[in-house]
Design a protein around this ligand. Structure first.
Ligand code: OOG
Ligand code: NI
Length: 458
């Protein structure tokens, strides 16, 4: 089999993302309604704001918008996560970032599997926020052991998907028919099952420790718990939800509305109450799955992120008020955060991708350093700076989202130390530092733009 006849990772990812979306639409019809709402809002936003449409088209960001989703799953064991790393690699998705959710009282730690380069992201940026249960945070030793025993008995992968992953690793790719088969088999891992693998008493005991533990341990696999489309105007989407028969959670998480959106704003609607059949034929209920939408903005540098974190923390005391009051307070606090692209760029608060416009001409060759050359070419309109979209997550500052499907006010073991090394051991590789990725995209684009206009320099 030659490399030519392999299906690209981006194409497999694209097929997988749409297969997951179809499956979730069947499972949770309100998700389909949410997609319709977001498509309406996006079409209206682009029609009302031609400058935005033009900017997104120029940055090659318009095409991905209609397929753009993130999802979330939770696995029970390092062995499960290890196979997932290999499964996602088939689709060009690598683990980016380390998120310690113990800090938010949730006994998991997480990473996001996603594509990492500009071209792959522009085709389909599908990302899956993936959490690994931390059984070590269960206080009760008996319960801990029982959970581990239950998890040891399940296999969340079909035999065929394991074969296809191995085939990919040996051959370096999958042929057309194998790629389709891979997608069909892979989504089985994330399907909802209304039959629990345990009896009701076991479910209750685990849920009493933390509902998320029951959600991970008591089912056949890591069901997808939400799929999130990207809206261009989350305030409009939130306001329109009731018209579409959806009840949103009270508050939009993340930064306030701004001229230049930063990072990530999110809102969700409450989890479904699902009817579950437990072993021994008892009926019961479980809340696992919910709906969420997000608005994405520019990725921030470490300095920008530190400023964001400080301002967001200052706003927390207002969180008990209505969304309108909270957003107003947030907007006031965020006045300190520059809100135009040029200042964000000059103060190195956000990341940009540079692009040369046109070809080299004799007048562009200037014997200055790269920094001055870049600024001069930007001023002359010979180089464009596109804000780089934030491709990652903010689950801890948006802990409201994570908690929205867990029932009320659960306290966890917030004191547990972060354990990135343990997660990386399970992954079988280190997580990629998201800041390093954005910085690399920025530096590389700068180099290429200057090379194009000035020729290779020392
Ligand atoms: C994941 C929550 C994280 C987000 O958008 O921040 C997430 C989960 O509930 O499993 O999806
Ligand atoms: Ni989410």
């Amino acid at each position: 089999m030659s490399a030519d006849s392999f299906v690209s990772a981006a194409s497999i990812r694209d097929r997988f993302a749409s297969a997951m979306s179809r499956m979730y639409q069947d499972e949770v019809p309100q998700y389909g309604t949410l997609l319709a709402l977001v498509a309406d809002i996006n079409a209206r936003t682009l029609a009302d704001d031609p400058a935005l449409a033009k900017r997104m088209a120029a940055a090659n960001e318009l095409d991905r918008l209609s397929v753009e989703r993130h999802g979330a799953i939770r696995v029970g064991t390092p062995a499960e996560l290890s196979v997932l790393t290999r499964l996602f690699a088939v689709m060009g998705m690598a683990p980016v970032g380390y998120y310690d959710l113990a800090a938010a009282g949730v006994p998991v730690h997480s990473t996001a599997f996603r594509p990492v380069n500009t071209e792959a992201l522009s085709i389909n940026p599908f990302r899956l926020f993936t959490s690994l249960l931390r059984l070590d945070l269960i206080g009760d030793a008996d319960l801990r052991e029982r959970a581990a025993d239950i998890l040891a008995q399940r296999d969340i992968f079909t035999p065929r998907v394991r074969e296809l992953i191995a085939r990919f690793e040996i051959d370096g790719g999958l042929a057309e028919a194998e790629a389709d088969e891979f997608v069909t088999e892979a989504i089985e891992t994330f399907r909802w099952h209304e039959n629990a693998t345990v009896d009701y008493a076991t479910y209750e005991a685990l849920a009493a420790e933390h509902r998320l533990i029951a959600d991970v341990v008591c089912f056949r696999g890591p069901h997808i718990n939400h799929l999130t489309p990207r809206t261009l105007d989350i305030d409009a989407a939130q306001a329109a939800m009731p018209e579409y028969g959806i009840t949103p959670k009270a508050i939009i998480e993340g930064p306030p509305q701004r001229a230049v959106p930063i990072l990530l704003r999110q809102t969700s609607f409450k989890a479904l109450e699902e009817s579950i059949r437990f072993a021994g034929d008892t009926e019961g209920r479980h809340t696992a799955r919910f709906g969420e939408i997000e608005q994405r903005g520019v990725a921030l540098t470490p300095d920008g992120r530190a400023l964001y974190d400080r301002l967001l923390a200052a706003a927390q005391t207002y969180k008990s008020s209505s969304n309108a009051d909270y957003q107003a307070a947030l907007a006031g606090i965020f006045e300190e955060f520059p809100d135009d692209l040029e200042t964000l760029r000059r103060r190195e608060l956000a990341y940009f991708r540079y692009e040369a416009v046109g070809e080299a001409t004799s007048d562009t060759a200037a014997p200055t350093d790269d920094h001055s050359a870049l600024e001069a070419l930007l001023a002359a309109g010979r180089i464009k700076a596109h804000p780089i979209v934030y491709e990652d997550f903010l689950p801890v500052s948006a802990a409201g989202i994570f908690q929205s499907n867990l029932g009320n006010g659960e306290a966890g073991n917030g004191a547990a130390a972060a354990s990135q090394a343990a997660l990386e051991e399970a992954l079988g590789r280190p997580v990629i530092d998201p800041f390093a990725l954005y910085a690399e995209i920025e530096a590389e684009s700068k180099r290429i733009a200057l090379d194009t206009l000035l020729g290779p320099r020392a």
